[in-house]
Design a protein around this ligand. Structure first.
Ligand code: SOE
Length: 391
């Protein structure tokens, strides 16, 4: 299909820090590697400072800038609003964009509370009647090995799911002198490791098993209660000054859970696991095999098949880079792996495909709300002495 024959999809992106950079890269690259049914136009980037937004727009490839998101969501040349701001602004921006008839992609976790997420679902339902689509950015679903894991579970390759263990381990806060940032501020982020990375493994467990969490018993821990206030910050790292301020979120979140089939699961999210950089892991044990994935080796999926000859059985390392694997055929020749950014590109591919087809993309706002309910149940359970709590 020629570039000009495709309908244009005008995009406004709010925020341009770490996530904004990842999303910009995806909007730019997706139409160059995938045959998209619409042509994304990176129309406008929104940031509070005009000068900083202009410089980011130039670097990341956005045509124009606005300093007020309200103006951006009302623009006639904008069809889709991509929200990459901290969680405290998600609900307001998403609701305004949906009311203005714009499709919405919102970063995870979708909101800072269940009430906000419910209001967003209501707004999305109303907008859906007019053909407006909405999606939550759980990008790890779009890692080829994770897609393959879901396919194999659905095909019954490991039998019935018996148990799940999922972890998201990072270490960027293990140093007590690592400075404060918005991710450590409950007002802005809603919660700490729980919402920032725990949300990913909640979504992942549900995505891979095709089930939902029914109940949890959780434990939240804040190891370092005060940190230097940042003098400068970029990505996940900054430089602290002499002033100190409080950490108002959890550093680690651990919980046991049951899926709706009754299968037990154990989940752990922490930013205090020295040496673990972005170890998002999931292992599913079924009645006739197991699957294991670790994002630190994101092009590999491990499969153990209990029906194999026992003398030669063992975990099989599937290198998920072949043309038959999800998404990989559009990239490099077989064996040439993908990285962190490709999940964001696949997210754009699937979102644009759904918008063009008039279908609802996943994960939907309803899916995001369910994750929010799980996070909320973990918090309530922890506050209540790790008591068993229905989602
Ligand atoms: C920080 O913990 C973070 O950037 C998360 O916010 C992202 O969602 C995750 O992909 C990587 O780590």
């Amino acid at each position: 299909m020629g570039e000009t024959s495709r309908p244009r999809l005008g995009v406004a992106m709010i925020g341009y820090a770490f996530m904004g950079r990842a999303h910009s890269q995806a909007w730019r690259v997706a139409p160059r590697f995938f045959d998209l049914p619409m042509a994304p136009d990176m129309a406008v980037l929104v940031g509070r400072s005009d000068a900083a937004a202009r410089s980011a727009a130039e670097q990341l490839g956005w045509r124009e800038v606005e300093t007020d998101w309200r103006r951006a969501v009302e623009r006639d040349d904008v069809d889709l609003v991509d929200i990459c701001t901290p969680g405290d602004t998600h609900a307001e921006i998403a609701e305004a964009a949906l009311a203005a008839g714009k499709h919405v992609l919102v970063e995870k976790p979708m909101a800072n509370s269940v009430a906000e997420a419910e209001a967003m679902v209501d707004a999305a339902r109303k907008a859906r009647a007019g053909g407006v689509r909405s999606m939550v950015g759980f990008t790890y679903r779009r890692v080829p090995a994770i897609q393959l894991a879901r396919q194999l579970v659905a095909e019954g390759r490991i039998g019935e799911v018996r148990q799940v263990r999922a972890q998201y381990l990072q270490d960027w806060l293990a140093d007590p002198e690592a400075p404060l940032s918005w991710r450590l501020d409950k007002e802005k982020a809603g919660s700490g490791a729980l919402g920032d990375i725990g949300a990913h493994i909640v979504d992942l467990t549900q995505f891979v098993t095709g089930q939902r969490f029914a109940g949890v018993a959780g434990m939240l821990e804040t190891f370092v209660k005060e940190r230097p206030v940042a003098e400068s910050f970029s990505g996940l790292h900054g430089k602290g000054g002499s002033e100190r301020g409080p950490v108002t979120v959890d550093d680690a979140a651990l919980f046991t859970a049951r899926l709706d089939s009754g299968a037990p699961a154990v989940l752990e999210a922490t930013r205090f696991a020295w040496g673990r950089k972005n170890a998002m892991r999931i292992e599913v044990s079924g009645t006739s095999g197991s699957l294991a994935f670790d994002f630190e080796e994101m092009n590999v999926l491990q499969l153990f098949d209990a029906t194999d000859d026992s003398r030669t059985s063992g975990f099989r390392r599937i290198i998920v880079t072949e043309p038959d694997h999800p998404y990989t055929g559009s990239w490099w020749p077989p064996g040439h792996g993908l990285g962190y950014e490709h999940g964001f590109t696949h997210q754009v591919v699937d979102l644009v495909g759904a918008v063009a087809a008039g279908e609802d993309p996943t994960p939907s706002f309803e899916d995001g709300l369910h994750v929010q309910r799980v996070l909320d149940a973990v918090e309530r359970s922890s506050a209540d002495g790790t008591r068993w709590t229905q989602v």
